[in-house]
Design a protein around this ligand. Structure first.
Ligand SMILES: [Zn+2]
Length: 283
């Protein structure tokens, strides 16, 4: 492969998929880790089939939930088309986890010793088209009420620890949507709903909500569902139904809620983070 060869052959799927672009509901959905696909030219990044199927490569089940939810809420949905190990669409480009050389202790041979040009090509081929699709979608909805939800999944067991939450709702500074969703979802006694757990949204680890949600002043939240809860399209649909119910319950109230201080919601400082980067256990 020469440096001028495109990373994607025309016969391969595009960098992102847009579903129901003209959806008229107030939700816009994004799924950063929807796929574990690796472009053919990257030879599976040197990983075996089990590693590629594992949570280090994608968020299993998240795309099924997101597609079902898009139908229930008549919401546009943007899904990334390639593995987070090709480039992570929810990591700032400055992050060491943007193109991870290892993930959860698994070395990723195809990500070692990349040149600056290699990185630029991945950014241009995968990261930018995905985020441009979200940007264009949100630009086109400037006059429509819009609440942004990103859909993720997390591993049931991490580092030998079972994680008790069935799902989590997270926010960064703007809690308008996350707080109300959490209040409604936790009313069910059979669901353990984390609030900023298992993960909060942080500048060092997150890109999509800080940029497309809070960066635009849109009420937004990250949804994480435990992977053993959504192992089939049927169980994913059950979770989509729960989320759709919660969203419909809160959406009018969230749309009426005043945004937080603009200075806080629009502030974004990825480059000069005062704290050293400490890798977070993935998904
Ligand atoms: Zn994810």
């Amino acid at each position: 492969m020469t440096t001028s060869t495109p990373l994607l052959d025309p016969s391969e799927p595009p960098a992102c998929e847009i579903v129901n672009a003209g959806g008229t509901g107030s939700a816009v959905l994004v799924c950063d880790h929807a796929s574990n696909r690796v472009p053919r030219c990257m030879d599976d990044l040197g990983l075996n089939a089990q590693q590629l199927a594992d949570h280090i490569s994608w968020d299993p089940g998240a795309a099924d939930v997101a597609r079902a939810l898009a139908g229930l809420l008549d919401a546009p949905l943007v899904l990334s088309g390639y593995s987070r190990l090709v480039i992570d669409c929810n990591r700032p480009l400055q992050s060491p986890e943007s193109i991870a050389e290892q993930s959860a202790g698994v070395p990723v041979p195809g990500n070692r010793n990349l040149s600056a040009q290699d990185r630029e090509r991945r950014i241009a081929t995968f990261f930018q088209p995905y985020h441009q699709a979200i940007e264009q979608l949100l630009d086109a909805r400037r006059r429509q009420p819009t609440l942004l939800l990103s859909i993720h999944s997390f591993a049931a067991v991490l580092n030998g620890q079972h994680r008790p939450w069935h799902m989590g709702v997270a926010y960064r500074h703007d809690h308008r949507l996350a707080q109300r969703l959490h209040e409604v979802l936790r009313e069910r006694s059979d669901i353990n709903v984390g609030y900023n757990q298992p993960y909060p949204i942080e500048d060092a680890f997150d890109y999509t909500i800080p940029v497309h949600g809070e960066g635009r002043g849109l009420a937004s939240a990250m949804i994480e569902i435990r992977q053993d809860e959504i192992q089939s399209p049927a169980t994913a649909a059950t979770w989509a139904t729960r989320l759709a119910h919660a969203f419909r319950t809160v959406e009018a109230g969230v749309r009426m809620a005043p945004p937080p201080q603009p200075a806080a919601s629009r502030e974004r400082n990825l480059v000069t983070s005062p704290t050293p980067f400490i890798p977070r256990d993935i998904s």
